[in-house]
Design a protein around this ligand. Structure first.
Ligand code: GBH
Length: 479
């Protein structure tokens, strides 16, 4: 095997990631309650093809086989999420013993395979009962989440290597409550900002609850941060558009979580939408908790300019957001199409953006170790005559981004791990099963799993801590 020069240390964490609603299925089994994604996906017109997570990859029944794949890939860690409505069907009160048992067995099996579980408590599947009471726009939801986190810490304890409170609160708040392309499908900008704050609060309260139950617990949150570039770097107006998008997309989380304050410019930018009265005295103290690691999900970059106010405003759409933008308060920002190449999602491929993101985070928050908790790509996979999926583009994408992580590390960023999204093809939210991100293919008729070339390539990375060349796919057919 030929390799590039760069190598990762032995203690670097290599993993792959999934999320409960995207893979489990078993939506009505084992006492699970409904979540906002059940409701949303069963509403005609919300998800492509009318797809739902009712069966998904049937991981709920095939989890042992899936752990075998994780083990054969040689992964040191597996990032999964707990379905809140499976373990606490209505989002409060008694736990559902069957649901807890499911995760207990799964975690035990991972440990037997020598795999460390990185567990996300909330990957978007809010119990429907809590949405009926106002969802994330309701402050009470933050307290319900902290209670759920406490119970999980009590029940699952030492079996969890890293606790992640939330996955991508940007998506929960803005796609769920502003653009409405995700559950619960609301289009209320003020509610989206309230949701942001209540998600931040939920995180802080949950971290405290977990640490009270498990003093040695490692805790984290995973953010999707936006690498925002100006169309014209010499234009003050475009640079101000970047500042604004950075405020409402990134600093609205990083500020309270890591510095104990909301950015002043954000409050000014959004003054016409809300007075931020939902931020109560003492909240910021709860939100700012020391993090053992910051999870960073990275897929693409964003290009903006200041809208001149005349002519049609450009809103390059990577989110099906047509009439309602997820970018609350950014009515005078244009989101420009990027130069490509693109993935099947239409997302621009830009590994340099990952280097920029990790190095700038490392500079701003030098004491916070990072892990890339998601990175990967959807492509139009083809099963070839030999029954295999020669997903050269995905291998190339992963190659270039793993290389980007190595470059960021060389530049001093404290990146401790990388998780490929996703272990297997799955329910891609509003795109249903039409988009495939897996390194393992799922045949949705038979539910059989089959390694794509990217899985073989990734196994070689994991085994050697080096980065095999894209065209060096000999490894694919070795035992
Ligand atoms: C992640 O979401 C999810 O955690 C995961 O469940 C999902 O399957 C996976 O990625 C693939 O989608 O400037 O408005 O275009 C990623 C969602 C995609 C949100 C890119 C931000 C760009 C913002 N992100 N998107 S925009």
């Amino acid at each position: 095997m030929t390799t590039t020069r760069r190598t990762f240390p032995r203690d670097f964490t290599w993993g792959s990631a999934t999320a409960a609603y995207q893979i489990e299925g078993g939506a009505r089994e084992g006492g699970r309650g409904p979540s906002i994604w059940d409701t949303f996906s069963r509403t005609p017109g919300k998800v492509d093809g009318g797809d739902t997570g009712d069966v998904a990859c049937d991981h709920y029944h095939r989890w042992q086989e899936d752990v075998d794949h994780i083990s054969e890939l040689g992964l040191g860690a597996y990032r999964l999420s707990i379905s809140w409505p499976r373990v606490q069907p209505g989002g409060s009160g008694e736990l559902n013993a069957d649901g807890v048992a499911f995760y207990r067995e799964l975690l035990a099996e991972l440990h037997r395979a020598g795999v460390s579980p990185v567990v996300t408590l909330y990957h978007w599947d809010l119990p429907q009962e809590l949405e009926d009471a106002g969802g994330w726009a309701n402050r009470e939801t933050a307290f319900r989440f902290a209670e759920y986190a406490r119970l999980m810490a009590r029940e699952l304890g030492e079996a969890v290597t890293v606790w992640t409170t939330l996955n991508e609160p940007w998506c929960s708040a803005y796609l769920g409550y502003a653009s409405g392309v995700h559950a619960p499908g609301r289009t209320e900008p003020a509610a989206a900002l309230a949701a942001v704050h209540h998600l931040n609060l939920a995180h802080g309260l949950a971290v405290q609850a977990i640490r009270e139950e498990l003093p040695g617990a490692k805790v984290s949150i995973t953010l999707n941060l936006h690498v925002v570039r100006p169309e014209d770097p010499s234009s003050e107006a475009d640079l101000d558009a970047v500042r604004q998008v950075d405020a409402v997309g990134n600093r609205v989380f990083l500020g309270p979580l890591l510095e104990g304050r909301y950015p002043e410019d954000l409050l000014a930018d959004t003054a016409a939408i809300t007075d931020w009265a939902f931020v109560h005295d003492g909240d910021l103290g709860h939100i700012q908790q020391p993090l053992d690691v910051l999870g960073v999900n990275y897929y693409s970059t964003t290009l903006v300019r200041r809208y001149a106010g005349t002519g049609e405003r450009v809103l390059a759409d990577s989110h099906k957001s047509t009439t309602h933008s997820p970018w609350v308060g950014c009515e005078d920002v244009e989101f420009l199409p990027l130069p490509g190449p693109y993935t099947a999602m239409g997302w621009n491929i830009d590994p340099d953006g990952l280097v920029e993101l990790l190095t700038s985070l490392g500079t701003t928050y030098p004491d916070v170790p990072m892990m890339v908790t998601e990175n990967g790509a959807a492509f139009d996979d083809v099963v070839s005559g030999d029954g295999r999926v020669h997903d050269v583009e995905r291998v190339e994408y992963l190659h270039d981004h793993v290389h980007a992580v190595a470059r960021a590390r060389e530049l001093g960023a404290d990146v401790r791990g990388y998780f490929a999204w996703s272990l297997m093809d799955n329910f891609e939210w509003s795109y249903g099963y039409s988009k495939r991100f897996g390194i393992i293919r799922v045949n949705y008729d038979t539910l059989e799993r089959c390694w794509k070339d990217s899985a073989f390539w990734y196994r070689a990375v994991v085994q050697t801590g080096q980065i095999p060349d894209v065209d060096d796919i000999e490894y694919a057919f070795e035992a």
